[in-house]
Write a protein that binds this ligand. Structure first.
Ligand SMILES: [Zn+2]
Length: 311
């Protein structure tokens, strides 16, 4: 970007050449960042029979984006797999506008979106081979997990989006559970105790979405306190403005760690063509999300997935 200032002092032709040069430099930088060849990361241990793998997903679709390949490998290896969704994704207003065809959906409109997103999430999890009995919804307020976990543990929070102060979803682990940090903690703890994972896949604290970083921090707390002593791996979905680059479907490419979390010891899990196709098919179930951010979502369908052991 610093070349833009000297460019302004020259003729139009020189400035045009200068601008093109800057564009080329920028696009080659993007190509390098995109990584046409696999990055030099250590290979992650493949899941094995006997493993019990739990994905902690803040929202419907995170399970597929982060871990769709890993889950398929785990099922093929004979491992036991489960997913817990912290929220039903009921605050996504742009999406609700499309779904509800109203300018400002609130309350019941957003709850309806939450129900729809859970239908999609279950269909995606089915495709990945996760049994319904091991698909858990907690149903806490989307976009408010960090506030909830930082605030007073016993004062219920009223969702800015749905307007409710307790879990409104009949299918949730505990419908009617108050929106408090303590209840959220108890709900997730119950799933961890019930499922007894040996491996947990959770959002890294560096993930830019506050629901993600808050879920990751809670996962660390609970997994380290649990008697199971599961191995915890981090993943990232919101890794900064330009990540993952390039946007869109590039299934032949590898995923590179985002700069914001380059200090983590990332490992690479290569995926077979069939697993990549399976991940894309699972993503296809998230119709409400694809309608509004297809290219971002598809950018996670690569020939690998990356995870970092929690330090
Ligand atoms: Zn999410």
């Amino acid at each position: 970007m610093s070349s833009a200032v000297p460019c302004q002092r020259h003729s139009f032709r020189t400035r045009l050449a200068c601008l093109l040069g800057a564009c080329l430099a920028l696009s080659s930088g993007v190509l390098i960042a995109a990584g046409r060849s696999p990055p030099p990361l250590a290979q992650m241990a493949a899941p094995r029979a006997g493993d019990r793998i739990l994905v902690i997903a803040p929202h419907p679709d995170d399970e597929t984006l982060c871990c769709g390949g890993y889950l398929q490998q785990a099922v093929a290896a004979g491992a036991t797999v489960g997913i817990v969704w912290m929220t039903a994704g009921d605050s996504f207003e742009i999406d609700a506008i499309v779904t509800e065809r109203t300018l400002r959906p609130k309350g019941a409109g957003l709850e309806k979106l939450g129900v729809q997103r859970m239908v999609e999430a279950h269909a995606a999890a089915d495709r990945l081979g996760v049994p319904r009995a091991q698909q858990y919804l907690l149903g806490f307020p989307d976009r408010d997990l960090r506030v909830l976990l930082r605030g007073p543990a016993s004062t219920p929070l009223r969702s800015r989006y749905t307007g409710v102060s307790a879990v409104p979803y009949a299918e949730a682990l505990h419908p009617g559970s108050a929106y408090t940090g303590a209840a959220l903690r108890r709900n997730l703890q119950e799933v961890i105790e019930r499922f007894a994972p040996t491996i947990v896949l959770a959002a890294a604290p560096q993930d830019r979405h506050p629901d993600h970083s808050a879920s990751g921090a809670l996962a660390v707390d609970l997994v380290r306190a649990a008697s199971t002593r599961a191995k915890l791996y981090y993943w990232i979905v919101h890794g900064g403005h330009e990540w993952p680059a390039p946007r869109g479907l590039h299934r032949e490419r590898a995923l590179l760690p985002p700069r914001i979390a380059r200090d983590l010891a990332w490992e690479r899990l290569p995926l077979s063509d069939a697993q990549v196709a399976g991940k894309l098919a699972a993503l296809g179930e998230h119709r409400t999300q694809l309608r509004v951010m297809r290219r971002f979502l598809e950018a996670f369908v690569r020939n690998d997935e990356i995870y970092a052991p929690a330090p």
